[in-house]
Design a protein around this ligand. Structure first.
Ligand SMILES: Nc1ncnc2c1ncn2[C@@H]1O[C@H](COP(=O)(O)OP(=O)(O)OP(=O)(O)O)[C@@H](O)[C@H]1O
Ligand SMILES: [Mg+2]
Length: 221
């Protein structure tokens, strides 16, 4: 589903990473670990076509994302991608339900029952009318997750989606991401600092300056 080949990125001539290869199958959840500042968010943005690369190619399904111009890439993202931003990017002037409904609105298929269903899945049932400023950090994070999943995209890129959640809520969110993979065949890339979350993934990789390397994560716990 997702094939990234030899991705390389620098900022102001300072190399961040190079030699990044990543393949994720439909129905597979891959966790990416790495120290703060290693470039995990930059990598996810690059996979989404939101960040230019110095080198490499990103192919999703039959689409060469790196070859799309900005408008075509935006159209591709609308239908094919669910992205959970590390900083949420919930729109402050829309209520919770409107934020979650955005991908459906952009696809011309508004579906209020579906919005309520995903809100319930992230534990925000009944909060659809609330404005984002009245929510906690963990609730905002779950709005961002609901918005990324509402249109059941074939590719889900999630940047620290449990970073602001208590362990129980975090585990429920990981269940939901696994469910997207298992039930809907989504390819899921999960950036996380949580070993508990990484353990639940099918594979775990670590981002290093010279590429993604397999990371053994002890089972159990
Ligand atoms: N637009 C930019 N211009 C210059 N440097 C940037 C830019 N965006 C990110 N960086 C730098 O690139 C490095 C990687 O940032 P990134 O956000 O990808 O790290 P990360 O692995 O996601 O870290 P964290 O775990 O803290 O979220 C950092 O040193 C950051 O300062
Ligand atoms: Mg980050």
């Amino acid at each position: 589903m997702l094939h990234a080949h030899q991705l390389a990125k620098s900022f102001a001539d300072a190399p961040l990473f190079a030699g990044v290869d990543l393949s994720v199958a439909s129905g597979e959840v891959v966790a990416v670990l790495g120290e703060s500042g290693m470039g995990k968010s930059t990598l996810l943005n690059a996979l989404a076509g939101l960040e230019p690369l110095e080198g490499g190619r990103v192919v999703v399904g039959s689409t060469d994302v790196t070859a799309l111009d900005e408008a075509a890439c935006a159209r591709w993202r609308r239908t094919q991608l669910g992205f959970v931003f590390q900083a949420f990017h919930v729109l402050p002037h829309l209520n919770v339900a409107q934020n979650v409904a955005l991908p459906l609105l952009l696809a011309n298929r508004l579906d209020p029952p579906r919005v309520n269903e995903v809100l319930a899945q992230v534990g925000l049932q009944g909060l659809g009318e609330r404005m984002p400023r009245t929510l906690s950090g963990g609730q905002l994070q779950r709005v961002a997750i609901a918005r990324a999943l509402v249109h059941t995209p074939p590719l889900v890129l999630a940047d620290e989606p449990t970073g602001n959640l208590d362990p129980t809520t975090g585990a429920a969110i990981i269940d939901l991401l696994l469910g997207q993979a298992r039930a809907h065949g989504a390819a899921v890339v999960l950036v996380t600092h949580s070993v508990a979350a990484a353990r639940r993934a099918d594979r775990t990789l670590r981002l290093t300056p010279t590429g993604l390397v397999p990371e053994p994560v002890a089972a159990g716990g």
